[in-house]
Design a protein. Structure first.
Length: 85
């Protein structure tokens, strides 16, 4: 039996990219158009190359995901629960 490999997201929208970078939408679109952020345009829509964006920052997808998405996707152990008095 073969186990399927994880399916990494190949691209991000400009909106998702702006959120990850903590930048404004207009500023992010301008950076994409200038080529500062690696992206391809298909039709009228821009697709930011996720792997290239993560490589620019020397990180992986999980590290750049917003905290709310990370906590839902990654299990963690906060230790034993202490009773309150």
């Amino acid at each position: 039996m073969t186990t399927a490999a994880p399916n990494p997201q190949l691209s991000l929208s400009v909106e998702e990219t702006a959120t990850l970078l903590g930048a404004g939408l207009r500023q992010t679109y301008e950076a994409v158009r200038r080529g500062d952020i690696p992206a391809v345009k298909i039709g009228a829509r821009w697709y930011v190359k996720a792997a290239a964006l993560y490589a620019m920052f020397g990180t992986d997808e999980a590290a750049l995901r917003p905290q709310s998405a990370r906590s839902a996707a990654e299990p963690h152990d906060s230790g034993p629960i202490e009773p309150t008095v």
